[in-house]
Design a protein around this ligand. Structure first.
Ligand SMILES: [Zn+2]
Ligand SMILES: [Zn+2]
Length: 341
């Protein structure tokens, strides 16, 4: 009870003072100063009313406490639901001071091989600032500049953290099903997609979920990827350049054992068999939206995507020759290009 006396006393005094002041103003009311006095009077009345209301509430609560204390009962706890108000603070992206807008003219974009000896986790675009966390770029300026130049390839230096990461994945997913040994990784490139390509993939991902990384071996009819060569060729027959330019297209895919779809594998050895040659091949590391997976146990068990599913998986030889098939363009995007041999 001791705790409630303080505020009770305070509000009592305030109520008494404001009421006394109101009566004083009442008695000295001067019609010549009608406006200002009237306002002060109103203010005092309001203040007095508020004070007396609070005082009355304190008095009631005190009576309730006394009543409960004399009856020996526990005072029930009344909790008022306080609405949780959350403010969404807009994310303000501060542009990082940057003088790299001349990047397209820098030599490394024309000949990246010349600056392969870079530090360990620098931004793949400016190669100067450290990258931002797990992202490949240092900030939005470098990312936006890369997007502006997209679609394109950015070479990952051999001593770069991303190089080690992908190399490890590549080696771990090499299942020597046919007694083959894992080839050496010669070059890695990050593929920068166009904003439209990113957006339509993300829409699909949001709808179906279940994303994974898979390999896709393919052929090239130019020297893309060799020795830092990143210029896409114009040949419509060059699978590698077409995929980087416009991603995968189901309509252009050769029908396989599970119908017309885009075939990938969790085993890098399986994908390597689709490249030009084991001694000088390329493959993509792709991101794939699997959605609902339809598992099969033999070839041609299905030849289209079954209704209600978004992917077909054949874990042949316990995954050593895994086949993962999707049937929609937006279910897959190339992320890295790997040159091996
Ligand atoms: Zn940068
Ligand atoms: Zn090409």
């Amino acid at each position: 009870m001791g705790k409630s006396v303080g505020p009770w006393f305070f509000w009592g005094c305030m109520g008494a003072v404001s009421t006394a002041r109101k009566f004083q103003l009442d008695s000295t009311y001067d019609p010549d100063h009608f406006y200002s006095d009237h306002k002060r009077l109103e203010a005092m009345e309001a203040l007095g009313f508020a004070n007396w209301t609070i005082l009355t509430l304190y008095a009631i609560s005190l009576c309730v406490r006394v009543a409960y204390a004399s009856s020996g009962e526990q005072i029930p706890t009344i909790t008022f639901p306080i609405p949780r108000i959350t403010f969404s603070i807009p994310r303000i992206a501060f542009p990082i001071p940057h003088n790299d807008l001349s990047i397209p003219n820098l030599p490394f974009l024309r000949d990246q091989a010349s600056i392969r000896n870079d530090s360990n986790s620098t931004c793949l675009m400016c190669r100067r600032r450290p990258r931002n966390g797990r992202f490949d770029f240092s900030g939005i300026n470098c990312r936006d500049e890369a997007k502006r130049l997209s679609p394109m390839l950015l070479e990952i230096p051999r001593d770069h953290a991303t190089f080690s990461m992908i190399q490890l994945k590549f080696q771990q997913s090499w299942k020597p099903a046919n007694g083959t040994t894992c080839p050496r990784v010669k070059y890695f490139y990050r593929i920068v997609e166009t904003s439209n390509s990113v957006a339509s993939y993300h829409n699909y991902l949001r709808t179906y979920g279940n994303e994974g990384f898979f390999y896709h071996g393919t052929r090239r009819s130019c020297r893309l990827g060799d020795n830092g060569h990143t210029t896409l060729c114009a040949s419509p027959l060059c699978n590698a350049c077409s995929i980087i330019r416009t991603s995968f297209a189901v309509t252009l895919a050769n029908p396989g054992a599970f119908g017309q779809g885009i075939y990938t594998s969790s085993a890098s050895n399986k994908s390597a068999s689709y490249s030009n040659s084991p001694s000088n091949g390329i493959m993509f590391l792709t991101k794939v939206v699997l959605g609902n997976i339809y598992n099969v146990n033999r070839f041609a068990e299905v030849t289209t995507c079954p209704t209600g599913y978004q992917s077909v998986v054949f874990d042949r030889m316990n995954g050593q020759l895994n086949e993962t098939v999707v049937y929609t363009d937006d279910a897959i995007r190339p992320v890295y290009l790997i040159v091996f041999g």
